[in-house]
Design a protein around this ligand. Sequence first.
Ligand code: RUQ
Ligand code: CUA
Ligand code: CA
Length: 643
Amino acid sequence: MSDTEHQSQNPENPENTSRRKFLGAAALTGLAGAGLATGLAALDPVEAKEEEAEEGGESCKFEVPPGQLDDYYIFSSGGHSGEARIYGSPSGRTLKRIPVFNIDPMVGWGITNESKKVIGTKPDGSLKYITGDTHHIHGSYTDGTYDGKYLWINDKIHGRLARIRMDYMECDKITELPNIQGFHGLFPDKRDPVDPKINHTTRVFCGGEFHVPLPNDGRDLDDPKKWGCLFTCVDAESMEVRWQCKLSGNMDLVATSYDGKLAAANQYNTEGGAVYTDMMSAEHDAVVFFHIERIEAAIKAGKSFTIGDSKVPVVDGTKEANQDPKTALVCYVPVPKNPHGVNITPDGKYFVSSGKLSPTASVTATELVYKWFAGELKNPRDAVVAEPEIGLGPLHTGFDDKGNAYTTLFLDSQIVKWNIDKAIAQFKGDKKIQPVLDRIDVHYQPGHGYTSMGETKEADGKFFNSGNKFSKDRFLPVGPLHVETEQLIDISGDKMKLIHDHTAYPEPHDAIIVRRDLVKTRQIYNMDDFPNAVKNFADSRVERNGNKVTIYLASIAPMYSMTDFKVKKGDEVTIILTNHDKVEDLTHGFAIPKYDICFIVNPQQTASVTFIADKPGLYWCYCTHFCHALHLEMRSRMLVEPA
Ligand code: RUQ
Ligand code: CUA
Ligand code: CA
């Protein structure tokens, strides 16, 4: 970064908008410089004031007063923090962080036995992985809209899919996908492709981004031609991997049709390149469409193979094996160079992918993809019905309820609003038609953008949230690591209007905006759901079995059921704690100094920890979560006697 860029970190510098225009221009020099775009426009203070006033005026309309609730939930990924997050919208209030692939001492995720079991452990009982990189989060569907049952989220680092149950907003299952690396896009199906009676999510589709040797066992390390990428189908309920499909090229984002029959992924590395120059060498890459029904029929008929130690059936979806449309499992639709993102319109008619290296978006008609599969469309490229020029560095698209699309322009630092029907008319030859309707500056360099209910057939055209990758001077400076900017935009009128900024700890990728009536959470656990619950205070005890000691403990504010418990040095100690409080929001904590134990129990919840008592002495076990006027007095003692 240049010096000029550094000066702009001054929070007194009031205006970002005019400088943004420079970012767009500088970005023209290439993608590599995009995040580092330099240059500071001479500020016009008058223009700056006006624009700021305009922004402030709009936000009042959407203010959520103290004590009032938001109309929407935003469920967001947290990037390489490994977690999921919940915000309220339009306020931008942070409501929850859901630990998934990470460790979170606040709730005890990765510390309690219950959470360790979900994450997965090594033979010695330690966690298999402590890192994760979440990008995409999507909800389960019934009738083409969210049913509030599950969320799914990916881990790109280790290739895992996690499920969050939405009643408690906690992760309950994690599945590691075999023979893939760089698991990036995911999408649940919206109904069953085969059984018309099932109108809810039954599968989750996962795209593998990085080419690896198949199997990845140390052979073929220097021969990219022998590497490959797999598309994976996971059962929504059991979370077991159902099947995989080997592809030509890679996968990035994933989308599904409303009839359950198609899944799509954009491919930026059809070249199979191992370095970025090779990955961008071809003029066209593709959006690939999977014929789910045919794939499952092929597997049923035994037309599959396995890879390495994995027992998961794999079908051949490579180009060579799918020349005949009438039997093809996969359709490759060419689109310009290194596309990014793929999203389906709320009416189910079109899949829109963005150009990234091309200033265009490509609109592929669902109907024409089916025609290709039926042998009625010769050239799959003819399924593309529009390719409007929309701006530089287009990445992701959200939709309203009026046939408009909103695409993030990474290089231009803008959101562009364009009309799909107009784009189709223009593509057909009516050059007078201009599909682009509006543009708005965002701060800065947006990645994902998404609309309220926009991934469902209930898209309502109210809000667009821009997830910006750079905040630069947008907030008080806090050192080299910047918070990210999330910007909420009112899309209900002809012109997009910026409502407000809220911060997001690095770094969210994708999110969904869900109407609040679709989300029904529970505030109190059911004690019977925990087989190890300590159901009565009178059951509190120390039970010894050789050198294994179990402590049965309960809590009611402001006390634990035992004032102390004794173990011996070298014992393997398991503490089971059940919270008997039934009052909503009455959570207790439990920490043991020097033993690195810290977790919570919510009302009627049971949690347990296991560790070796390797240090003799007295250890105050205390409540970490403020619960009562006598919260500080809420303690017990672990007495570790010398061996
Ligand atoms: S990808 S910024 Cu990880 Cu969602 Cu497009
Ligand atoms: Cu119990 Cu604080
Ligand atoms: Ca490419």
